[in-house]
Ligand binder design. Sequence first.
Ligand code: PMP
Length: 283
Amino acid sequence: QTVYVNGDYLPKDEAKISVFDRAFLFADAVYEVTSVIGGKLVDFAGHMARLHRSLGELDIEPPVSDDEMLDIHRRLVAENAIEEGMIYLQVTRGTADRDFLFPEKDVRPNLVLFAQAKSLIDNPFVERGQKIVSMEDLRWRRCDIKTTQLLYASWAKSLAHADGADDAWLVRDGFITEGTSNNAYIVKEDGTIVTRQLSEDVLSGITRSAVLECARQLQMKVEERPFTVEEAKAAAEAFSTSASSFVNPVVEIDGSTIGNGAPGPVARRLREIYLEKSRAAAI
Ligand code: PMP
């Protein structure tokens, strides 16, 4: 496996970052995950736009241009022979003496990218659907910034697994925000798709905006507003979206079956259309 670190393409075991890197000490870093289908990058421009926003919010300089970033992505896809999978990208504030104060000068961001081959289109949840448990959203209040501060999301997903579920949907002030690494949706009996509106409470998913655009083009009604676990239990269907899972049906929440307990037609249709468009537009 070839890994990119600050300009070098290295074998996995030689790819290293300092223990004084601020990502290691403070989770002072942002990341992106871009999926690869048919050897091509899905919605690369969207991921770059969100990366710039995350970096801007935290006042970290982009380490390379978007053109260079595209070259690095493509080289990793080629060198690792990725037909289907993901490219993970992380920008850290840099390496500095441990101090809560952001370092002022002479600190350059560190850039790391690696590839993961993974079967994405062929996903068992498409037929089986995911079981979800709800859990309090104990993350910090700037979930709109894609930081590597992922401990609670990782913990919540692990607790969900220990409970026999596949993932957790997080609840703040009585309303679902999102999944541990995905945006959350329900579909009402009349076909209306409901997902929480964008704010500092959720990550603005690149897949979310593409899927909502598909829904609107298909004349499906979309409501961007908060919804509760009770409303999810009573929904006709539910699903989640993320770059690596696309549209992923949900069939159970907190032990209550959603709809007839099988993946629903809206999720299935959106997954098909999204995949079709993504394949055609991948670069
Ligand atoms: N919300 C959270 C908390 C996430 O971690 C992710 C995936 N990184 C998403 C939503 C989905 O975003 P995207 O569609 O860009 O993968």
